[in-house]
Design a protein around this ligand. Structure first.
Ligand code: NAD
Ligand code: UD1
Length: 338
């Protein structure tokens, strides 16, 4: 039997493919390459020495999806496919609701028709919204998201919860990622953002490689130890391993479960800058800029549930991630474009 990986050519998807293959699973990837390159899956095959089907397919294409379920012995799905740029989602919200929500509903219908009822979904810590206090815990009220991207995650969580209520033979795992950073230690796969990066770590990496002059630190007047925003940065390889554990559990337990995937530790913007400098011996010039609208002072996980139930904890720290990011960035200054 095989696991269908939607969005498997993307940043987190490609790293998860490596860990699933290492765990002996069979996989099938579908991706429409809206934000990725076929080269990523080629490199996953190179790293692991294993071949697997990679199909260019949009998850909104019901017929093509039905054919994938017909052609391969799929018994479970890990669902990464989605658009994720927060700023863009504010400018073109319908594009996000259509791709992320309609795409997910189409996928769920195809699963149901094929009698596949186990799904692990990429949610986000963004569903904790602005009003909860850190550390964020799975049983806190979700919602109060501040942008359409975040709202798609919240709505999809509700859709999957409703599905489990109506049809108790489904197994759903909602994984709330904190801030994924880093790259595979081979330096062959990593994060390849289009254009100017929105997120902190890829921006630091592009300053390090000389593509950007300096980092803008968005606010140093938060109520945090050094005034800059605090986040829970999770190494993407640890995150990928969390999916293997979550999938194994979902194959055994029916119903909907929610897990935070984070380290449980908060790291400030300046701490991450200094970790990068220390790990790689490179100075990162920065200036203090105004706060970015929608940002919160603190976001970090209570990571105890994933430890107790899934037996998963993050093994790597921010310096490991900085070292791995830099190896990926300097070997692939233009991402997968050579
Ligand atoms: P990514 O953009 O690298 O990967 C997403 C993949 O989905 C891409 O390969 C893209 O081409 C594909 N895709 C998008 N729409 C599709 C469609 N309609 N049909 C088929 N494929 C489609 O992003 P990522 O960082 O790997 O994120 C993976 C998932 O995790 C996303 O759902 C994202 O929202 C979620 N997530 C990411 C983060 C983060 O910081 N990276 C944090 C929380 C949650
Ligand atoms: C952002 C999104 C979140 C999404 C996540 C992963 C917003 C408001 N939130 O989270 O919904 O799930 O990315 O894609 O966009 N920073 C700088 N300079 C920069 C970039 C960032 O100082 O150039 C700071 C930010 O203010 C923040 C921290 O670095 O304090 C982390 O930012 P980022 O990497 O964008 O992640 P989040 O804002 O946590």
């Amino acid at each position: 039997m095989a696991v269908l990986i939607t969005g498997g050519a993307g940043y987190i998807g490609s790293h998860t493919c490596v860990e699933l293959l290492a765990a002996g699973k069979e996989i099938v990837v579908v991706d429409n390459y809206a934000n990725s390159s076929p080269e990523a899956c080629r490199r996953v095959q190179e790293i692991t020495g294993k071949q697997f089907p990679v199909i260019e397919c949009d998850i909104r294409d019901a017929e093509k999806l039905a054919a994938v379920f017909r052609d391969y012995p799929i018994d479970s799905v890990i669902h990464f496919a989605g658009l994720k740029a927060v700023g863009e989602s504010c400018r073109v919200p319908l594009k996000y609701y259509e791709n992320n929500i309609s795409g997910t509903v189409t996928l769920l219908e195809a699963m149901k028709a094929a009698d596949v009822k186990t799904i692990v979904f990429s949610s986000s810590a963004t569903v904790y919204g602005e009003h909860n206090q850190v550390p964020f815990k799975e049983d806190m009220p979700a919602g109060g998201t501040t942008n359409p991207y975040g709202t798609t995650k919240y709505f999809i969580e509700i859709i999957l919860q409703d599905l489990c209520k109506a049809e108790p033979d489904w197994s759903v795992s909602l994984l709330r990622y904190f801030n994924p950073i880093g790259a595979h230690e081979s330096g062959r796969i990593g994060e390849a953002p289009n254009g100017i990066p929105n997120n902190l770590m890829p921006y630091i990496a592009q300053v390090a490689v000389g593509k950007r002059e300096q980092l803008s630190v968005f606010g140093n007047d938060y109520d945090t130890p050094d005034g800059t925003g605090v986040r829970d940065y999770i190494h993407v390889v640890d995150l990928a391993k969390g999916h293997v554990k979550a999938l194994d559990r979902a194959m055994q337990v029916k119903g909907c479960e929610i897990y935070n995937l984070g380290t449980g530790r908060g790291v400030s913007v300046l701490e991450l800058v200094h970790a990068f400098e220390k790990a790689n011996g490179i100075k990162i010039p920065y200036v203090i800029a105004p706060r970015r609208p929608g940002d919160i002072a603190y976001s970090y996980a209570d990571a105890s549930k994933a430890k107790e139930v899934l037996g998963w904890t993050a093994q790597k720290d921010a310096e490991d991630a900085c070292r791995d990011t830099w190896r990926w960035q300097k070997n692939n200054p233009n991402g997968y474009e050579g």
